[in-house]
Design a protein around this ligand. Structure first.
Ligand SMILES: [Zn+2]
Length: 393
């Protein structure tokens, strides 16, 4: 069983419960796994939620309702009408207000016993350690790579569990990173994506209910960690697909070469905003990379043509599904093995959607390879057009 590294009761014994609280939390008190002791642990706990948006809304509402004693919220945004399709902390009359203001009103109504600490700022390398240090665990409700890496790195440096969630279109992910005995976000994605590969920084579409699902999963994990019950999502990445109504989890291991929690070479925080400034593959000059259509690749291989297939995704993506006969070389490892590859061979490179593979093809071309293509649309398009047994994710 994994519990918090630093018990919530940092200032003496856990607080007692008032009569109103005994009534309010009655359905918790009936659960032997929670009961009075657990409810006091919740009251003593300090949870920081980064982002009062799609994921932060359900997470904050449920954690407040559950009786988490102190909730910190970091956000600097204004409520816009386009937020209301999924960000349930805010209502129509809140449009134009600071999200923190509407969050405070809504959460105070949900449970006036909860102490709110509002941080009306963007989380940066300058303030992340100072803010996060004051909490027992962090719930990452951010929607961009820059803050996601910042939260992860700060949590690793401070030894605080990072309850992670992310959403895109119809798909979500959740995990618990930076726990004492588990991997961190960088164990899976060691470096921020190169400039020009920033799909999550741009506003993509998202099914409104999806952050409700994922943010609620994050709140569940946070409560389990505080109470020390159940099996937390440590070492597992939970994948949620709403269209197929599928929940699957893949194992993720601590990577001994991880710059954050493995080699520990990462000793201070950096800001990654520059990675969100590009405007997609075009800006990185990737539109000139030779492409091959998934169907064409399948037909040419089926007809006996010797085309090597290289998968430049990460191992956990490979576990989800792959093209038969492919070889896994994650993009960040390609430079180290490029000398071992046959520069005269025909090579098709694929990733999830076609951007990492385009970067790999450009690297291969620079190394003298002439017959190399990026599989257009990546394994997602392969799944749709060639092999439906490969799950989308
Ligand atoms: Zn790590």
């Amino acid at each position: 069983m994994t519990t918090l590294a630093s018990p919530p009761s940092r200032s003496g014994p856990a607080p007692t419960l008032e009569r109103e609280e005994l009534l309010r939390y009655g359905r918790h008190l009936l659960l032997p796994e929670v009961a009075i002791d657990g409810q006091r642990k919740l009251k003593a706990a300090r949870v920081l939620i980064v982002g009062a948006g799609g994921l932060g809304s359900p997470a904050a509402l449920y954690l407040a309702a559950a009786g988490v004693g102190t909730l910190g919220l970091v956000d600097f945004d204004i409520v816009e009408i386009t937020n209301l399709q999924r960000q349930l902390l805010h209502g129509t009359r809140d449009v134009g207000r600071l999200k923190l203001d509407s969050a405070r009103d809504r959460l105070h109504d949900a449970n006036p016993n909860v102490k709110l600490e509002l941080h009306a700022t963007r989380l940066t390398s300058a303030n992340a350690l100072t803010i996060i240090r004051e909490y027992d665990l962090v719930l990452d409700g951010t929607d961009n790579f820059a803050t996601r890496y910042l939260v992860n790195d700060a949590c690793v440096l401070l030894g605080k569990p990072n309850v992670y969630g992310s959403i895109f279109r119809f798909d979500g992910q959740a995990s618990v990173f930076a726990a004492v005995d588990g991997p961190c976000y960088r164990c899976i994605y060691p470096e921020p994506p190169p400039p020009g590969l920033v799909p999550s920084c741009a506003e993509g579409g998202v099914l409104g209910v999806l952050p409700g699902l994922v943010g609620t999963l994050q709140a569940t994990e946070a409560i389990k960690l505080i109470l020390g019950i159940g099996t937390p999502l440590i070492g597992r990445l939970l994948l949620v697909n709403t269209l197929d109504a599928q929940f699957r989890s893949v194992k993720v291991r601590r990577n001994p070469l991880c710059p954050a929690c493995g080699t520990r070479e990462l000793r201070e925080l950096a800001d990654y905003e520059q990675f969100c400034a590009g405007s997609g593959g075009e800006a990185a000059g990737l539109d000139a990379v030779p492409q091959i259509e998934p169907r064409e690749l399948a037909i040419r291989r089926a007809s006996g043509e010797a085309i090597q297939v290289i998968d430049v995704r990460e191992p956990h993506e490979w576990e989800i599904g792959r093209i038969d006969g492919a070889r896994l070389i994650p993009l960040h490892r390609l430079g180290g093995v490029i000398q071992e590859l046959d520069a005269n061979a025909a090579i098709a490179v694929y990733c999830k959607g076609g951007t990492r593979s385009a970067l790999a093809v450009r690297d291969l071309q620079n190394a003298g390879f002439r017959r190399v293509w990026s599989v257009s649309g990546g394994i997602l398009r392969w799944s749709r057009e060639v092999d439906a047994s490969v799950p989308e994710y």
